[in-house]
Design a protein. Sequence first.
Length: 134
Amino acid sequence: MKPIERIREKLLAQRRALFEQVARAEDDLRGLDTNTHPETEEEAQGQNLARLLAQLDDRGNVELRTIDRALTLIEEGDYGTCEDCGERIPVERLEVLPTATTCVLCAEARERASRQRRRQGDVEEPSATLGTER
């Protein structure tokens, strides 16, 4: 099996697992919504759990979008090309991080620029999202 096919299969497996995770989180949230008369302490715990599940749901959706983007790039024949410099992303990097859209050098440059902007106070601390590191 070619490396690109192995990566594609890995992405599809991750996508299936995330769909299941997001579906479970949504089911859990719906279950919390039906709980109408909880005690005050239980209500607070339920609200905290609901917020946590919503965040997990959002993170899962972000990761699903990055996986779908990688799968689209594979289908279009553009997968594995750095979106910043246009060079090929090494297969070893793609096997470790199949949603990567930049080579290591460009990813490091982006991270340095982001840290510098945060130090200068130009941007607030970015929220943690899965799959955005390239």
